[in-house]
Design a binder for this molecule. Sequence first.
Ligand code: SAH
Ligand code: SF4
Ligand code: F3S
Length: 450
Amino acid sequence: MKPHTTSPKTPRTYRVKSFGCQMNVYDGERMGELLAEKGIVPAPEGEEADLVVLNTCHIREKAAEKVYSDIGRLRREDGTSPLIAVAGCVAQAEGEEIMARAPAVSMVVGPQAYHRLPEMLDKAVKGERATDTDMPAIAKFDQLPKRKRRSPTAFLTVQEGCDKFCTYCVVPYTRGAEISRPYSDLIDEAHRLIEAGAREITLLGQNVNAWSGEDDKGRRLGLAGLIRALAKLDGMERIRYTTSHPNDMEDDLIAAHGEVAELMPYLHLPVQSGNNRVLKAMNRAHTAEGYLRLLERFREARPDIALSGDFIVGFPGETEAEFEDTLRLVDEVRYAAAFSFKYSPRPGTPAATMDNQIAKEVMDDRLQRLQARLNRDQLAFNQASVGKTCKVLVERKGKHEGQWLGKSPWLQSVWFDAPAAIGDMIEAELVEAGPNSIRGLVRERVASFG
Ligand code: SAH
Ligand code: SF4
Ligand code: F3S
């Protein structure tokens, strides 16, 4: 095959495309900040970037396969491509395969190694291809530039990696072992985000509620302690966190929902299945009843809390009766929002080689039935909000001229027609609910951004 040619010159512009979870979005922003230090700027909308970073997700087969079509799409008519770096979880899991299959890619960098992207880029402009999927013991975070992001909402990774090894999941292999970032680094990063205009910070971790650390006085803290400290920062108005695991839930986090005004009334707590045999085969290490009891305690602490979850249908061996247990659990919880997926066998995970893989048609049918209930409950939750007045943090312009979009405390999208600006906190009455958004009437402009 003719060797693939890339532009050998130093790139002036970049574009990062992030797929998958919010942590990838965070990592994508940090890679952008690294590139900015080298004087490389974001490519203007609609223009080709000199350097494209595909920040990939390996969670399901479809997500992972996407990287190859994306690489193909970057190919120009003359057969050349911009400089391409593949980052994220596919890079970690399939780095060598990408290098072999896609000659247009000059850099492959894993989620724990992207602080070394600038050095790799120096090599790439000289035509040297490089792969870095090390999982160094020293945290990459120490080597990243200070945050510069200017936005009313921001992500902050506080914990990364996973030691849970659910039998279907690649994350423990792509993100590595659980680590907690130090308390003082997080307070510092949160300060900078607020200084740059953030009013809402979402704390991220694959098992965010497994975060632990020590405060300035050497006292041991869990996530709730971190949230209580962050809530005291001047200018911090809203705190969210995701994703939690039922087994790491500490009492104080539940209590914090009733006590910390800045902590938003929302909990994303994946359960995957409502059947105990399936949960055990998934290595979730909790029962459906234990999960329901936990949610009950959150509701006692914060009666209006919006609950959300993740579900997998068609895990190997799942019977119709076992699937119906999931439907029953959904009927009992009445989620405000949820994400549901067909089981996707992932290379190297124990479930991929289990007996009784479920036929695609059965999975399609189950997913449809599950989603019908989840959609029913999401609409009902939104409809029950009509008549309430709440704060809405304005995040962006809406589809139509003069329309704005923001989030309610319960993470609902609220749109309204009234003069506003990004970063405004407005007081709105929720007047009309759809499945995915709610119309608001502005009662008051509480405060504005910047
Ligand atoms: N640590 C988080 C993130 C997991 S990935 C958590 O435990 O929630 C997000 C969701 O993707 C999971 O909750 C699960 O519902 C889904 N998922 C993970 N692996 C999957 C697979 N092999 N097939 C289908 N869905 C999967
Ligand atoms: Fe994957 Fe389970 Fe870890 Fe979540 S807790 S990242 S589903 S292994
Ligand atoms: Fe995907 Fe990796 Fe996140 S596999 S969901 S990008 S941790």
